[in-house]
Design a protein around this ligand. Structure first.
Ligand SMILES: [Mg+2]
Length: 271
């Protein structure tokens, strides 16, 4: 555990918001390797496209900055970039559907294996996920899940990983009408409904968006920089990005639970 912002001390925590993909779930790991080449391919089709390398860098950059928002925003940005390159504007939903078709093709075996029990949830959970959730519940903290992935899939994958019993109805994902959901909206709603100060809220995430959203309301932002390939240690690239987004603390995963518990709850005791 690495404390980046030493002045940001956790208050008495009431609620914690988790991002899903890359923070708890690894079912969709490798999604960037589907989205980046696909978007690069689309950009290269535009009349005034640059080289493969230039377009790949452009795609990777805006995909990264928008990570955590609903997928449609990455597709809307793609459409803008196509138009800039003299291409024809399309409904971003077409890009989203094609991306999702390609992604599901890659990950279907994981969803199937988890569903029929031939794959154990622990293989696709960020290490220590269940431990951190149970620790928070032990301190009577309300936990929420907010994801930019379509809600029906989030709910399915939460259940496939055995996390549905913890989050129950507090699961929010992208809706067809993308204006009806954002992580910022979920966070504001939690604060309003529970009459909280930002300091009683913390968030765990591996993307720009949730870190920024938590900081905007004065909450504590914990960046999860899991190395999704090796499932051990830190992903340096993610770490740098999360610090840039404003993360107060960086953890590689949830295996250093004692340190995290001490940091979050100090002398308090679990109930
Ligand atoms: Mg994520």
């Amino acid at each position: 555990m690495e404390i980046i912002n030493k002045s940001s001390k956790p208050g008495k925590l009431h609620s914690v918001v988790f991002d899903f993909d890359g923070t708890l779930s690894l079912i969709r790991k490798g999604w960037q390797e589907i989205m980046t080449p696909y978007f690069t391919e689309v950009l290269l089709d535009a009349p005034k496209a640059g080289t493969y390398e230039e377009e790949w860098i452009c795609a990777r950059e805006f995909i990264d900055i928008l990570t955590g928002k609903q997928t449609i925003y990455q597709c809307m940005k793609l459409d803008e970039e196509v138009v800039i390159r003299g291409g024809i504007s399309r409904d971003p939903l077409e890009y989203k559907n094609e991306y999702h078709r390609r992604l599901l093709e890659k990950i279907e075996y994981r969803r199937k294996g988890l569903g029929d029990g031939s794959i154990k949830p622990v293989e696709y959970l960020v290490p220590g996920s269940v431990g951190v959730i149970e620790m928070l519940i032990g301190y009577d903290v309300d936990i929420y899940l907010a994801s930019g992935t379509d809600e029906e899939y989030v709910k399915q994958e939460v259940a496939l990983l055995g996390l549905d019993k913890y989050f129950r109805s507090r699961i929010y994902g992208a809706r067809d009408d993308y204006k009806l959901f954002s992580k910022a909206m979920v966070i504001k709603r939690i604060i309003k409904e529970n009459k909280l100060h930002g300091s009683s809220l913390a968030g765990f995430g591996d993307g720009y968006v949730e870190i920024e959203n938590i900081k905007e309301v004065g909450g504590l932002a914990i960046g999860v920089a899991a190395n999704e390939e090796t499932m051990a240690g830190i992903d340096e690239w993610k770490r740098t990005r999360l610090i840039k987004a404003g993360a107060d603390v960086i953890i590689p995963d949830f295996t250093g639970l004692d340190d995290l518990e001490k940091y979050l709850f100090g002398e308090q005791h679990a109930i």
